[in-house]
Design a protein around this ligand. Structure first.
Ligand code: DP6
Length: 367
């Protein structure tokens, strides 16, 4: 059952129109995001232990179209396709999610849904797609809710609910419904911040960070031995949990000032500190585990030597996996691409490198 704050996201339209019906199709493209300050550890219904901040990407995204027929006489039914094919494993996760969010979208009880989804990045690239997938699905569900109630209004409230709904699918997905720099989790530093939904960072961001580049180096695309969900859970009993929450809050405050001031060196400092702290938390969990690959370490060392030798502001971060995200300003793209080509690509699985950058956030499209 929803908690007190969650009541904000219940379907108010359904109180006046308890038996909506309609049919049609909606479609959204939602990008992945890369966390600068990491979300690690959660409580209750996917609420974060600490605030996090991410950049939403531009090219790495999920495209999702959802055909729906809602009628009080129907019972729930779901058809799910990924890249045009049935994927029982994904369908099961989406099915469980849709059952979980019935209080927020009561129309689902009487909906026939056909979801068709694909990613812009290869499935085998090992790039996490749950944020972009649940972001796209949440946006599509919010669109259907509006359509069947005859209120099409893609405003702040729409995105706030989409972020809330995306969070219930995968925590980091709540940040993907906004473009640019996005904050999730309560912090005194930002008015309007919340554990329940993400919000766009309202502090002005210095132009040094405009179109910031993010190249993903795919070191290993195999499924992780320990999932993010299992990793979050280990934070419940982690000996350093309290210190981590303090650290994340401190780093969040610092990064907001750094983004505002355009301090690239300070940015890289926090970026790398967060990435290494995340993996240190995994290693010091009980049981401890390692998601890094030997090539991840070689890449990190190579980036740090290159930065020392050239003075160029390039840094790295890591997700919960062995792949490396290389972050740098647009102004030095030529040099960094060459560096990646000559010195880093050889450590990537099948030489897979995905050049991306910070983007404007999700877009709906006609189907
Ligand atoms: C390391 O959002 O994938 O990428 O909420 O269980 O779906 P669930 O976890 P998920 O965790 C992401 C963790 C991270 C850091 C981050 O994106 O902030």
């Amino acid at each position: 059952m929803p908690g007190i704050l969650e009541k904000n996201y219940l379907s108010h339209a359904e109180q006046t129109n308890p038996a909506p019906h309609g049919e049609g199709q909606v479609a959204w493209e939602c990008p992945a995001n890369i966390a600068i300050i990491k979300y690690w550890g959660k409580k209750l219904l996917q609420l974060p232990l600490n605030p996090s901040l991410s950049f939403t990407l531009s090219k790495s995204k999920t495209r999702l179209s959802l055909a729906y027929a809602v009628d009080p006489g129907y019972s729930f039914d779901l058809d799910f396709r990924f890249d045009g094919k049935a994927f029982p494993e994904f369908r099961q996760r989406i099915h469980a999610y849709l059952q979980r969010v019935l209080d927020f979208f009561p129309f689902l009880k009487h909906a026939h849904l056909a979801i068709s989804t694909s990613n812009s990045f290869p499935h085998s690239a090992g790039v996490a797609s749950s944020a972009s997938s649940f972001g796209a699905l949440a946006l599509a569900l919010c669109s259907i809710e509006q359509k069947i109630h005859g209120t099409e209004n893609i405003d702040t409230g729409f995105f706030r609910k989409a972020s809330f709904m995306a969070r219930l699918g995968s925590g980091s997905a709540c940040r993907s419904v906004y473009g640019g720099a996005v904050l999730w989790g309560c912090t005194q530093r930002c008015a309007g911040s919340s554990d329940e939904t993400a919000i766009p960072v309202s502090t002005p961001i210095h132009p040094e960070f405009n179109n910031f580049r993010n190249t993903i180096l795919v070191v290993n695309s195999k499924a992780k031995p320990v999932s993010s969900s299992a990793g979050h859970e280990l934070m419940d009993i982690h000996p350093y949990a309290e210190a981590r929450i303090i650290q994340a809050n401190t780093n969040l405050g610092l990064i907001l000032d750094i983004l505002n001031a355009g301090d690239l060196i300070g940015f890289i400092d926090i970026l790398e500190h967060e990435a290494l702290s995340l993996h240190a938390l995994m290693m010091s969990s009980n049981p401890g585990y390692i998601l890094l690959h030997p090539n991840t370490i070689v890449i990190i060392d190579t980036i740090r030597s290159y930065r020392r030798d050239t003075g160029l502001p390039v840094g790295f971060t890591l997700d919960a996996g062995p792949n490396v995200h290389v972050l740098y300003p647009a102004a030095i793209e030529g040099s960094i691409r060459l560096f990646i080509e000559e010195h880093l690509k050889k450590y990537c699985e099948n030489g897979i490198v995905i050049h991306d950058q910070v983007g404007e956030g999700p877009e709906w499209f006609e189907v």
